[in-house]
Design a protein around this ligand. Sequence first.
Ligand code: ADP
Ligand code: MG
Length: 250
Amino acid sequence: MLKLQNIGKKFDQKVVLDNINLDIQKGEIVSLLGPSGSGKTTLLNIMLGLTKMDQGKIIFDGKDLTHVPMKKRGFNIVFQDYALFPNLNAYENIIYGLKNKRGKISEKEVNEYIAFLGLIPHLTKRISELSGGQKQRVALARTLVTKPEVLLLDEPLSALDGVIKESIKTRIQSIAKEFNLTTIIVTHDPEEALTMSDKIVIIKDGNVAQFGTPQDIMERPKNEFIQEFILKQLHIKRKNIYHLFGEQYA
Ligand code: ADP
Ligand code: MG
């Protein structure tokens, strides 16, 4: 279990995270949902160990990770911009993180992840030759082969659209379930959060405004902000869909 206790963070005197408390169970897909600038990426980077928190604790499986450096935490991330190396091909990108860690994963397992993500036909391509969805899959593979204890994804769908977005969403869900991998996803899109997670954390003013299942949040939004943020956006989307596809989507 991953426990965040009283996490606080300021940037230049401005409180970004005030007092975040969360319990995340093994194998759960949890979305951190909130408007732009609400501190989601900051919280993800704090979990990773990339950003230092000002106060609070991170406990993982009973072990206090608060002062454990990023490399020793065993978590890994896919950054919002993927951060792939343009001078390496897809395969070289995927195995990059294994350079000093041979033994943790066999070549057979690496190939299984590659096949699972449908990347076999793309391995020798340069990054500039890949589509957005292919880049995202390479970034996911590169992170997965390091066998993280917790998978952190920052806006994994925001650069994708349509069918590709749906297919990446399904892949992320099947990875989490197949490998029983605790997966934390940052998103500003209520629809994404509602359709891909077991639980949703809504962040507002540096605090957890609500933590619950998609059903909890849809049926029992805790306050007006949540009602507005979630339901209004979904309503707008439904109206767009209605215009495009007709009445059965209203
Ligand atoms: P989100 O991911 O929810 O959009 P962020 O965590 O990126 O939000 O940012 C939250 C707030 O913290 C924003 O106001 C942002 O400008 C500020 N912030 C983030 N990183 C830094 C930083 N390294 N230095 C100063 N301010 C930062
Ligand atoms: Mg962000």
